[in-house]
Design a protein around this ligand. Structure first.
Ligand code: 5AD
Length: 348
């Protein structure tokens, strides 16, 4: 263990705005003793600020069409071999029924940047809200302010939009023809409309340095997002980044723990990406301060087609075993499953 480790950790824990150098020092944690202390500190903070509980969200991936060009993602529009599908409103509402019947009180509607008509999405939101007592989270990429507003008025509660990186140059090198300013504006718009807003980053994307990650931790802390998703980059064969290595697991867990320590009362999922490596690291994520699991309710026939990266853990998971999965993860992590909506913990 490095000398002074505990002092740096204490400084970061109590700071309103930690120093970048301290964050970099803690991000570099590799020693098992250091990691035990870091992850324990993160779990202590989670338990105090969020309770000793794990929220569950039902994920439905309703379209794999995408007009975006993210160089890491298997759904990017240049991947001509990707299988594209789009569920119709009735199919989506039926899946919301599955999610609700399974005892979940949040549904996450996710898709590529499909261009699904805004009015149709609004109708789906309203139908789900009328039928089921369930929170709706949208994760459909960048749209216009008017669309966000329409969906909020239709009853959507939350929106997930990862920044991926706050760094202008890195953002440009990951997303051909797009810029971080638009992304930042979208996040501002969502927050101003009253959405519980989630963001997050990928760890180990090509060109990313530890300094980028430290800056992103500071950004995610300052913006007080209600939810933060963190996962390792996983190369997809049919993308320009096919030959780059996976994001390091330890660095992903260190980042997660530090986000917990810095942001305190945030919903942080043990992401599918962390479950899709050489083994399932979702339990490790919960033991590093995460407190959400998002089982996949997409039908078997389409799960494989929503291939943002290969070997997604959920492809092997059956709807019937969702409860076992959640129960196992929660009990091993020493958490109680919270079946309620689990709204934002931030004071507004
Ligand atoms: N590896 C890891 N995460 C990825 N995502 C997209 N492609 C990949 C990949 N190859 C993540 C992005 C996106 C979220 C839905 O999935 O962070 O925001």
């Amino acid at each position: 263990m490095r000398e002074g480790y505990i002092e740096v950790l204490e400084r970061v824990t109590s700071a309103i705005e930690p120093s970048k150098d301290d964050l970099i020092y803690l991000l570099e944690t590799k020693d098992t003793k250091e990691y035990t202390i870091l992850s324990q500190a993160a779990c202590d903070i989670r338990d105090i600020y969020c309770g000793k509980r794990m929220a569950i969200r039902g994920l439905v991936e309703f379209s794999s069409f995408c007009k975006n060009t993210c160089k890491y993602c298997g759904l990017n529009r240049y991947n001509k071999t990707a299988s594209r599908y789009r569920l119709n409103p009735d199919e989506i509402i039926k899946l919301a029924d599955h999610v609700y019947t399974a005892g979940f009180h949040t549904i996450v509607l996710q898709s590529g940047e499909d261009g699904y008509p805004a009015q149709e999405i609004a109708k789906i939101i309203t139908s789900i809200k009328v039928k089921f007592n369930i929170a709706i989270t949208l994760s459909v990429g960048e749209r216009s302010f008017e669309d966000y507003q329409l969906w909020k008025e239709a009853g959507a509660d939350r929106y997930l939009l990862r920044i991926e990186t706050k760094d202008r140059l890195l953002y440009k090198s990951l997303h051909q023809g797009r810029n971080v300013e638009t992304r930042l504006q979208a996040l501002k718009d969502l927050q101003s409309l009253g959405y519980q807003t989630g963001s997050g980053i990928m760890i180990g994307s090509p060109g990313q340095t530890i300094e980028h990650i430290a800056n992103d931790i500071l950004f995610l802390t300052k913006e007080a997002f209600d939810m933060i998703g963190i996962g390792p980059f996983i190369p997809h064969e049919k993308t320009p980044f096919a030959r780059y290595p996976k994001g390091p697991v330890q660095l992903t867990l260190n980042t997660l723990a530090l986000l917990r320590i810095c942001t305190k009362n945030t919903w942080i999922p043990a992401t599918t990406a962390l479950g899709s490596l050489e083994r399932d690291y979702r339990l490790d994520a919960l033991m590093a301060g995460a407190n959400v699991v998002m089982p996949n309710f997409s039908p078997e026939s389409i799960k494989k087609k929503y291939e943002i990266y290969p070997n997604k853990s959920c492809v092997k998971e059956k709807e019937e075993s969702v409860h076992m999965l959640c129960k196992n993860l929660a009990s091993k992590a020493g958490l109680e499953i919270d079946y309620a909506r689990c709204d934002s913990l931030k004071v507004t």
